[in-house]
Design a protein around this ligand. Structure first.
Ligand SMILES: [Zn+2]
Length: 303
């Protein structure tokens, strides 16, 4: 089986190169996946623009309207911390649809990988931490309207807490939010996920992967999800400027392999999103973000 991969050429667009947010990484990531033969015309899926109904089921309609019309207040612009442009508007409305599409492909094929997504700091009516719309909350709500989906697990391994997702889905008992994050990192005022696993600063590979797997195994028994949205953030990497954990690339590969292997052997559909990663070496960052997709392809190719 060839792994379904979701991406869109408009995910990256002309953006100030000195900005902390590496907007170029999505295009570089897709290019890298093509270079190593993982992304071809046969397994590429492109999302369309997010349906209005999907957006308003999760976000404040007035906030959505103000963002789209570039009529945000100075406070809102500061919260967004990204310069507004047509390109930003377009990609912001595409990416959540990409996560929805990835989840639908996962339900059909067992696994699928989005080359964006994991904007877990976005809240109901405001942006935060470079996240404008919360693709995980949007997708969970879309999924829960479908026949046969009773429980969605959001398994968030980005180094930062998935605070927006936790708050946006707090009133939805069928969506279980779990965040494994560095305790001493943004957001400094933490929200309450259904399960939070704070990790000590400087944590290394072995202890980290053991904690990830112990948490996942516990949840698979307790939550029994019909689908998992897996945020494979690579800002856990030791060299990430916004990270504060000490995980190697081998450790990230080990984490992703064991998580995906466990879900596949249990027959639970999994949709991956790339989450955070902020390395100033954009090429190295794109390669690091490709690990989860490489691992997924390795696991499915012999099925
Ligand atoms: Zn992060």
């Amino acid at each position: 089986m060839q792994l379904p991969i979701v991406t869109h050429p408009d995910y990256s667009f002309p953006f100030p190169s000195g900005h902390r947010f590496p907007m170029a990484k999505f295009g570089l990531l897709a290019a890298h996946l093509r270079d190593i033969g993982l992304l071809t015309a046969d397994n590429l899926f492109r999302p369309g623009r997010c349906r209005e109904q999907w957006l308003t089921a999760a976000h404040c309609p007035d906030y959505l309207a103000r963002f789209q019309a570039n009529q945000q207040s100075p406070k809102e612009q500061k919260q967004m911390n990204l310069p507004w442009s047509e390109g930003l508007r377009k990609r912001t409305l595409l990416a959540p649809a990409g996560t929805v599409l990835t989840a639908q492909l996962a339900l059909h094929y067992g696994i699928a990988c989005h080359q964006a997504g994991g904007t877990h700091h976005a809240h109901y009516d405001h942006a935060s931490g470079f996240c404008i719309l919360n693709d995980l909350a949007i997708t969970a709500r879309v999924l829960l309207r479908q026949t046969g989906i009773q429980r969605v697990l959001i398994f968030d391994c980005d180094v930062h807490q998935g605070d927006g997702t936790a708050v946006m889905l707090a009133d939805e008992p069928r969506a279980f939010t779990c965040s494994l994050h560095c305790e001493n990192n943004f957001p400094f005022s933490k929200a309450r996920s259904d399960l939070d696993v704070p990790l000590p600063q400087g944590m290394e590979d072995q202890a980290y992967v053991a904690q990830v797997m112990a948490t996942l195994d516990l949840l698979l028994d307790q939550v029994a999800p019909d689908i998992v949205l897996y945020d494979a953030g690579v800002d856990v990497y030791a060299g990430d400027p916004l990270g504060r954990l000490s995980i190697s690339e081998a450790g990230i590969r080990e984490r992703d392999t064991r998580v995906l292997q466990r879900l596949l052997e249990r027959g639970i559909p999994v949709a991956t999103v790339i989450g955070g990663g902020y390395d100033d070496d954009r090429e190295a960052l794109a390669r690091r973000h490709s690990i989860v997709t490489q691992v997924a392809q390795e696991l499915v190719q012999h099925r």
